[in-house]
Design a protein around this ligand. Sequence first.
Ligand code: SAM
Length: 444
Amino acid sequence: MEPKDFSVEDIENQPLQQIDIDSNNNERPNPNLEESNPNLEELLQVREGEAEEYFPPNEKESEEQEKKVPINEIPVPSFTKMANADIYDQFEKSQKVFKSKVEKFLPNMEDYFITPDNFDLILETLEKRYPKEGETQLLQWKLEDIRQILGKILIPDSVKPTLDNAKVLAQYISEMEGDQVDILELCTGAGISAMMTWKEIKKANPDKRCSIITTDDALQSLLVAETLLSLKGVPVRLVSKQEIQNNSVFGFDGVSLVLSEASDIVNYYALVEKNFSAVISDHGINYFEKDHHHSIVNQIPNLLKKGGVFQVCALENEPKMSLNYKKMALQILSFGKDLSKTIPDAKNPYEIEEVDGLPYVRAINSAESAGLYMLLREDLKNLDIISFGKYLKSIIGVAKVTKKLAKDVKSPISYTASLLEGSKIIPNDKDQKLSIARSLLFVK
Ligand SMILES: C[S@@+](CC[C@H](N)C(=O)[O-])C[C@H]1O[C@@H](n2cnc3c(N)ncnc32)[C@H](O)[C@@H]1O
């Protein structure tokens, strides 16, 4: 069969069940599981067009409007396995090289790791798929930032809270009744949290259908997420706002990516009174200004069903990151020492150095750091200097950007907690005075 690509227009013009997103993915939306359509027309009348701001009804547009291609309709081919066989092939080859090392030293990352070659490949793919004509509208986030967001998978410490949260959520989902799980994610980024959340929920609940709707207002983020998720075997599709409106996303056992501003989608779902099993945002809405963050968090209880979960995770302003790379390199070179026995120190998770009264993290004493150093050492032992160098370079780049992004967390987790009675901060101040990131858990 000839390879075939799909565009967003294809997706909009076809019934969902007929779209062949991935030849390997036999999971198809089950129309019986779809929820009844809310009568949007009626809602629009009652609320005097309030919802139109969020999701304009699908009416025939004037010729003038048709010329200005709306941002969510810029034709972007879907990333299908058939059309990208060579990329899948390269990805798998590189995965195989690292698989045994990851299993041995970073067992929790087994399903999630990417190699430095995988990382380059995903970004090259993004550059090819990126529609240049939309650049000025689409560059809300610089490509360099999304590079580093994806690069976080190379540093298990930096995605550990995301993975911990996904595991906690999977347990809550196990206790919920019913076989349909609906999750709303705000700020997709590179799709790391969507990938972990979907996989952990499916691992703990193989018989449940898990539909994650994730939204980002930057197309480049969605394209990176789509690539990562498909290469890592998570069913994924780019969907239009029309599909959001007709509810077809809730029959899909996988991740639906939608180009939308976070508040717009929250306002829309609040308006149609949709109740989710969970709403999550990982290093997402905490970057928003306090007013903006507040307006979203205020609506969360209404968006959750009883027992539903709200989870957010963000970097903390204190401590600052200033890793001691020289020490890190020396540890990697200390052949003979089993770092998995010497480094992890649960009581003192960080080595802190105070500079002008500010705490700087010089090293992270976690099982993940130890595992990463051992893995890098293995590369050196095998004289794979190139892969060692690449890994080290990527890690340093990501650590630098984490430092930069931490400055932009305008609504820290403590602020979110102040808005939601009954919410829990993890780890809390008493358990751990300083933490690079914290999460918030709220159960309705
Ligand atoms: C740090 S990333 C999120 C990381 C993500 N959770 C992951 O696992 O890869 C933040 C994302 O928020 C998106 N973003 C920023 N402002 C937004 C808004 N107002 N609405 C929707 N997405 C937004 C950015 O485009 C960026 O992709």
